[in-house]
Design a protein around this ligand. Structure first.
Ligand code: ZN
Ligand code: ZN
Length: 399
């Protein structure tokens, strides 16, 4: 099903220079101050620095694997692949003033309706889940909203800030508030990219109500939930969440029809007190993703030594076979010429017993030695595997 918009309602009061909300910049200052303080404290306590380095390493490893997964398994959108989506993406990049479009991928995610942006090794990636693409359509204003939202994250360097400002982001109250302001700002990027608030609202309603019923939901009634549900637990949920509630996001988008200011209806005062005791980022999909990324990284780190061992064994085996081949070639040469070979070139090379000189996969050098009536070939890296035909010859390093 593809959603079509009949008449576009451009957002009021949005211009490309001022899509980021004022409050995002205000929270940024708080989070930077907290982060610098925590980083300095970590730097002065050596053990803290070690933990930070380990954490950073696993984060880097996990993220690298996630990006590798995208590159290898997801569909890279281009002129040749999903050209309609590619054209939409370029249009949105152009509208948001991004001269170098990031890489766009479509990923099959088991029916989930979502999209995300990430970064690795200085390159930016936008990912749209395939069912979301099916539901919205490649050329729709709804898709422009989603792509614009993710490009907003990239233009605002949120992925980098998520790492550098991690201490501040984990602080109670201000951390989640800063993260919520990211999403609110990026919804404005999305609405500006779509140039249609109705489509932006419909895409958001699909996230709330699913692909079938979502687009037909009553947006105003859903937005009213934000104004009506102001109890203690809803307040606590809002204060600890790193995303604005969906009903709040719809409220904000609906306000863009007229450019009216939305003020947050008062929260339960006790919720602030309790939230102060809870670390930030506790209840979001992103922190779930963060944990997954770290777990993948740790598993990979455990798998790498095992993998290296298997590889080393395989190389030693290959080398042992080559030593055997060389030893039997020397034997054969001795039989034919009634004297030993002077040089490897006499047994290995074009027209010789061996078509080419074998190369040890671990970079070892071969040397030969006659013992009794047999040749022993030894590799400088794998001496234990030097061999002669089926005979077991005591093997030592050759001089
Ligand atoms: Zn977002
Ligand atoms: Zn070797």
């Amino acid at each position: 099903m593809s959603v079509s918009s009949s008449s576009a309602t451009p957002p009021v009061g949005l211009n490309p220079g001022a899509l980021t909300l004022e409050k995002e910049n205000t929270y940024f200052v708080f989070v930077v101050v907290i982060s610098i303080g925590v980083w300095l404290a970590l730097a002065f306590s050596l053990i803290g620095l070690v933990y930070a380095a380990i954490f950073g390493f696993f984060l880097w490893l996990g993220n690298g694997l996630l990006v590798a997964y995208l590159r290898a398994e997801a569909v890279r959108v281009s002129e040749r692949q999903l050209p309609e989506l590619h054209a939409t993406f370029l249009e949105v990049c152009g509208r948001l003033g991004m001269a170098r479009p990031p890489a766009l991928y479509v990923l099959q995610a088991g029916g989930m309706l979502n999209a995300f942006a990430t970064k690795h090794a200085g390159r930016d990636f936008v990912v749209v889940y395939s069912d979301f693409l099916d539901a919205l359509g490649a050329g729709s204003a709804e898709m422009k909203f989603i792509l614009g939202h993710e490009l907003g994250h990239i233009r605002s360097r949120h992925v980098l800030k998520q790492i550098l400002l991690a201490p501040g982001l984990f602080s109670p109250l201000v951390g989640p508030a800063y993260r919520r302001s990211w999403e609110s700002s990026c919804d404005r990027y999305g609405a500006f990219a779509a140039q249609d608030t109705e489509s932006a609202v419909r895409a958001m309603l699909m996230l709330s109500g699913g692909r079938e019923h979502g687009p037909r939901l009553d947006a105003t009634a859903f937005a009213d939930q934000h104004a009506e549900e102001r109890g203690f637990f809803v307040s606590l949920h809002e204060l600890t969440s790193t995303y604005p509630t969906l009903s709040r996001r719809v409220t904000d988008l609906l306000a863009l029809r007229t450019g009216a200011r939305v003020s947050t209806p008062p929260r339960h005062p006790l919720a602030y007190v309790i939230a102060l005791g809870l670390p930030g980022g506790g209840s979001s999909a992103t922190s779930g993703l963060l944990v997954t990324v770290i777990v993948i990284g740790m598993l990979a780190a455990m798998a790498i030594p095992a993998f290296a061992k298997v590889r080393e064994t395989a190389m030693a085996k290959a080398c042992a076979n080559q030593s055997l081949m060389l030893a039997s070639a020397l034997d054969q040469y001795h039989l034919e010429h009634s004297k030993g070979a002077e040089d490897w070139a006499e047994v290995a090379g074009p027209g010789k017993l061996l078509a080419a000189m074998p190369v040890c996969p671990s970079g070892g050098e071969y040397s030969a030695e006659r013992r009794g009536d047999a040749y022993v070939v030894t590799c400088s890296v794998h001496p234990a595997h030097a061999s002669h035909l089926d005979r077991t010859v005591p093997v030592g390093r050759t001089p």
